[in-house]
Design a binder for this molecule. Structure first.
Ligand code: 13P
Length: 251
């Protein structure tokens, strides 16, 4: 039985004061909620250190939204894996579609980031997913397979066990157009089949595969009850205490 993992990707939202207030609300809400769901929050860089102090001794884990694959040096504006570790991050989101489309990240840069994160003791939340154009062309499985194979190139079995995969169809992100449970489950099952081919079934069966794209409290139950959907990577709905807790309750 895989546990459920709910992660909140805050994206470029909430200043420090707003971050403190959201985290307090989440912690208070979780106190009255007996749940064995793993909860991860991924605030912007500027709130990470404070967030790390606030989530200490709670069930909430901390992640960042991105990092660079070099250790240090002349990379103006970038943040390294060891910097994220030093402020208490356990997780890092890598390969989000907004990083791919707006900032030009490729499968190959994402692969380098995955290796650097793992070598630095960070657990990657590795995002994949097709665009609307790719879905309409009928190449969803080809795209997702390429992202899995290229993104995970040279990742060994022991390291694979540390990775969470987030399937986020790009057309469902921030659009309110959630994938149907059948559409999502079909791709999740395909991803697991690819993982079995790459890593054998005992490893593939352990891997958490989250769904992301317009997840809300009212659609979470049907998505999360699919056999291969092990959690959610939540955008908009993670910025409000009630909706984020509502999704956790759905588990
Ligand atoms: P929304 O939940 O706002 O659609 O965002 C999903 C997402 O991109 C999470 O990483």
């Amino acid at each position: 039985m895989r546990k459920k993992v709910i992660a909140g990707n805050w994206k470029m939202n909430l200043n420090l004061q707003e971050s403190i207030s959201l985290i307090s609300g989440i912690k208070n809400g979780l106190r009255t909620l007996s749940s064995n769901v793993e909860v991860i929050i991924c605030p912007p860089y500027t709130s990470l250190e404070t967030a790390s102090t606030l989530v200490k001794n709670s069930h909430v884990k901390l992640g960042a939204q991105n990092m660079y694959f070099e250790e240090s040096g002349a990379y103006t504006g970038e943040i390294s894996a060891s910097m994220l570790k030093s402020v208490g991050c356990e997780y890092v989101i890598l390969g989000h579609s907004e990083r791919r489309t707006i900032f030009g990240e490729t499968d190959s840069t994402i692969n380098k980031k995955i290796h650097k994160a793992l070598a630095s003791g960070l657990l990657p939340i590795f995002c994949i997913g097709e665009t609307l154009d790719e879905r309409e062309k009928g190449i969803t499985f080809d795209v997702v397979k390429r992202q899995v194979v290229e993104g995970l190139k040279n990742v060994d079995t022991e390291n694979m066990k540390k990775i969470i995969i987030a399937y986020e169809p790009v057309w469902a992100i921030g659009t309110g157009k959630v994938a149907s449970k059948e559409q999502a489950e079909e791709v999740h099952a395909f991803i697991r089949k690819e993982l079995i081919a790459l890593y054998q079934s005992d490893v593939a069966e352990q891997i958490i595969i989250q769904y992301g794209g317009s997840v809300k409290p009212d659609n979470a139950v049907e998505l999360l009850s699919q056999p291969n959907i092990d959690g959610a990577l939540v955008g908009g709905a993670c910025l409000k205490v009630d909706s984020f807790l509502g999704i956790i309750k759905a588990c």
